[in-house]
Design a binder for this molecule. Structure first.
Ligand SMILES: *[C@@H]1O[C@H](CO)[C@@H](O)[C@H](O)[C@H]1NC(C)=O
Ligand SMILES: *[C@@H]1O[C@H](CO)[C@@H](O)[C@H](O)[C@H]1NC(C)=O
Length: 391
């Protein structure tokens, strides 16, 4: 993942100086690296990932590089402060045109959300100080200069989140060569937003993460699972999406089980999921609530929890977990009617969904009755309710 660039050569230097200067540079760089490696290892912390800790398939081994020769270790420890980040002394500001352009007619409505995300910095712009302050909350920093990406790590992210997120930036650069503007951004990969709007009122910090809320400044970015979540056997969104579609179409909506279904992990400090367990009565509440046993699923290689096999019900419930849940897109892809329990967190795409058009909004304060009335109404009005489903 480390993208190292050669030290830039100044085109004006006399040519006979090059070999010796470069040799000297490389030598001192190597010495510096070997000298600093231990220091860096000890500073690269591992933050225990909020809700992930209790799941048996998740361990947080401190990264050790002991069994590798120092040179390899040096390469693995990506620390751009020594190698790559040419951090300009002047402020990095977002160009005026980014904000001031009016939404054009060919820009989907959905992009409004991005404007709203960046609104806190319309008048102040984003200065070097903003970025430096945001570093206190970030796991890594991504710098893109001239189409090249540099990454600086502060904390190890849980599982493979960092790798897939960085991979996503690389895909972006590959897909739009020459079109990605220079950027310097801080990213955190934990579940919950941290830049509280009240507390950071005087100086909003720009920090990217996988979700946000109305009470936070955090800027949502697509989560790693779009590019893969190998720890629980989830492939890229493109692959999963096609499979889910295929699995879902095996049975027409009318022939699906006329109940609302939820399967997941209720033990993630999510009150709404615990509450949901009380609705597990197909007669009384029209709902089937299943516990995903992660230990069992992990042992069986997640074969039985295959997403494409989970589209057999007319209604599928989305319940937030510890924060937003990556499951929303898989649920929506089922072609069932999605019952979303009024969410608190927003990820980058859920802001584009329209209530009572793309999904059915369930009242968390009247949870079981609200599910029941959706199921009853839908079963009696199949033609109307089916328009809620993505097909
Ligand atoms: C934000 O901070 C304020 C003041 O400390 C606090 O009352 C509020 O609960 C916080 N909001 C969130 C969503 O954590
Ligand atoms: C919900 O009810 C079904 C059928 O009675 C049962 O198999 C399942 O284990 C229950 N779910 C939970 C989470 O208890």
């Amino acid at each position: 993942m480390g993208l190292f660039s050669n030290p830039k050569q100044s085109p004006r230097s006399p040519s006979y100086l090059f070999p010796s200067v470069i040799a000297l540079c490389l030598l001192s760089l190597t010495v510096l690296l070997l000298y600093k490696v231990d220091d860096v290892v000890s500073r690269t912390g591992t933050v225990v990932g909020h809700n992930l800790e209790p799941t048996p398939w998740h361990v947080f081994p401190q990264k050790t590089f002991d069994d590798e020769p120092p040179q390899r270790r040096a390469v693995k420890i990506i620390q751009c402060s020594y190698l790559t980040c040419r951090y300009a002394a002047e402020d990095i500001t977002i160009s005026d045109s980014t904000f001031e352009k009016q939404p054009s007619s060919d820009c989907p409505d959905f992009f409004r959300a991005i404007r709203r995300d960046l609104e806190p910095w319309v008048s102040t712009r984003i200065s070097k100080k903003h970025i430096e302050e945001a570093q206190n909350y970030a796991a890594f920093r991504v710098v893109i200069v001239g189409g090249k990406m540099y990454v600086d790590y502060y904390y190890a992210c849980v599982q493979s989140r960092a790798m897939f997120t960085i991979w996503s930036f690389l895909q972006l650069l590959r897909k739009f060569p020459g079109l990605v503007p220079d950027v310097d951004l801080m990213f955190d990969c934990m579940d919950k937003p941290t830049i509280n709007r009240t507390e950071h009122q005087s100086m909003p910090l720009p920090l990217f993460r996988y979700c946000t809320t109305k009470e936070h400044f955090d800027i949502p970015f697509p989560d790693w699972s779009f590019w893969g979540w190998p720890e629980i056997n989830i492939r890229t969104w493109q692959e999963e999406f096609l499979d889910i579609k295929k699995g879902s179409r095996a049975v027409s909506w009318k022939d699906k089980v006329p109940l609302a279904y939820w399967k997941g992990n209720p033990d993630v400090a999510s009150p709404v999921r615990l509450e949901l367990l009380n609705c597990n009565d197909s007669g009384q509440w029209g709902a089937q609530i299943m516990r995903q046993d992660w230990g069992e699923a992990a042992r069986s290689g997640f074969k039985l929890s295959k997403l494409s096999d989970q589209c057999n019900h007319r209604y599928k419930i989305y319940a937030e977990g510890y924060a937003w849940s990556v499951s929303l897109k898989y649920i929506l892809a089922c072609g069932s009617v999605t019952l979303i329990i009024s969410p608190q967190y927003e990820d980058f795409f859920s802001r584009g969904l329209i209530t009572q058009q793309n999904y059915w909004l369930v009242d968390p304060l009247e949870l079981c009755p609200s599910i029941k009335s959706a199921v009853d109404w839908g079963n009696q009005h199949p033609i109307e309710v089916i328009s809620y489903a993505f097909s």
